[in-house]
Design a protein around this ligand. Structure first.
Ligand SMILES: NC(=O)c1ccc[n+]([C@@H]2O[C@H](COP(=O)([O-])OP(=O)(O)OC[C@H]3O[C@@H](n4cnc5c(N)ncnc54)[C@H](OP(=O)(O)O)[C@@H]3O)[C@@H](O)[C@H]2O)c1
Length: 353
């Protein structure tokens, strides 16, 4: 007997990647259900190399019997349906921004704060952080353990896949339009994204920062340490998959480049590729399809007493979203839900409570 899993948002960028990672990892699922909107209900999505799943309509879908529900249908949809799923006894792992900062919802990056998963029971929901936050905190954790981080200043270079399928289509069609001299149409992004950079992701906040920048600040504190000061500038760039970040870190204690490199090399989930020669670093395009957070360009920042500069790159659909969620599901299954794979009693007990 295995676990019953539902993937909600299964036809989207993140949902498709979730299905592919569940299959790749041989997740012990007795049954996997693909769920999306009424628009794609009845259609099919791939599950691994050989299987296809029929898409169910979320509005009509009954979560009873589901052990783990991986959600990525957008924040407004999760707001309604994630609590509905949790009420039936499913543990929801939600990729949207809806629940991340709620105090009784754990916000988890397995390489950084896996222990937080233990607090899932109160709401039955675990939040997956923002893609840019995930790759940054994976890289910061071993450095924080070594020399205690005081302040981080980060500029992101975020690919269009972070804004969904339609955003990828917009980059493609605008690029084509530039070449064939057609008029540029803008539907997803506020300005032309082809051959351009846009310093605006998510909505503007009162203080002039964007919500994407705010997420990096508050999520880093919730996951890693509430005392770390973070200043972020988030930029959309014309790359299909893979986010890059230029990260400047100021430490409490001394730390050399060599110590940082050694700690990063030993840390889980990180690949250090840092040769001070042509092409001795990783770019977003090379990170697509990979699981690692890549760290390159490690160097001292001589403008502060204890400072380093880093270049951090990862596949935003994998480690930035789907892979992180599946890793959480794997820990959940191994450490907290073993009794469920044998039967429905526990689920029934929870839904009754
Ligand atoms: N992309 C990333 O790097 C990333 C990283 C972290 C978190 N996230 C978050 O994950 C969520 C999805 O992102 P994405 O990139 O996968 O977007 P996407 O490619 O646009 O896919 C959206 C998915 O949600 C489904 N959906 C939309 N409205 C729905 C509704 N009313 N009921 C049921 N399903 C609905 C869509 O189904 P249909 O096909 O039926 O429309 C589709 O499966 C967003 O909240 C995003 O912020 C994304």
């Amino acid at each position: 007997m295995g676990f019953k899993v539902a993937v909600v948002g299964a036809t989207g960028n993140v949902g498709r990647e979730m299905l592919s990672i569940l299959a790749e990892h041989g997740f012990p699922a007795e049954d996997v259900t693909a769920v999306a909107s009424e628009r794609s209900a009845g259609g099919e999505v791939s599950y691994g190399e050989d299987d296809v799943l029929k898409v169910e309509d979320l509005d009509r879908y009954d979560f009873r019997g589901i052990d783990i529900a991986l959600f990525s249908p957008g924040a407004k949809v999760s707001a309604v349906h994630a609590p509905r799923a949790a009420k039936t006894g499913a543990v929801v792992i939600d990729n949207t921004s809806q629940f991340r900062m709620e105090p009784d919802v754990p916000l988890v990056v397995p390489e950084v704060n896996p222990g937080a998963i233990a607090h899932y029971e109160k709401r039955g929901i675990i939040a997956n952080p923002n893609c840019s936050t995930i790759q940054m905190v994976v890289a910061l954790k071993p450095l924080h353990d070594l020399a205690r981080i005081k302040r981080v200043v980060v500029a992101t270079y975020q690919s269009v896949s972070g804004a969904g399928r339609e955003a990828m289509d917009e980059l493609f069609s605008q690029t084509r339009s530039v070449y064939v001299n057609d008029p540029i149409t803008k539907e997803i992004f506020t300005k032309q994204i082809a051959f351009n950079c846009i310093p605006h992701i998510d909505v503007f906040m009162e203080d002039g920062s964007t919500k994407e920048e705010w997420k990096m600040v508050v999520e880093t504190r919730k996951i890693l340490d509430p005392d770390i000061a973070v200043h972020a500038t988030c930029v959309r760039v014309p790359v299909f998959i893979g986010h890059a970040e230029a990260v400047n870190v100021e430490f409490e204690n001394p730390i050399s480049v060599e110590q940082a490199r050694a700690a990063l090399k030993k840390a889980p989930g990180i690949s250090v590729v840092d040769h001070r020669v042509d092409a001795g670093y990783v770019t977003p395009q090379e990170s697509a399809g990979e699981d690692s957070v890549f760290v390159s360009r490690i160097r001292r920042d001589p403008t502060v007493k204890h400072g380093l500069g880093l270049w951090v790159v990862a596949d935003n659909l994998r480690k930035g979203a789907a892979l992180n969620a599946v890793q959480i599901a794997e820990i959940l299954m191994r450490d907290y839900l073993e009794d469920r794979s044998g039967g429905d009693d526990v689920k029934q007990r929870r839904s009754a409570g």
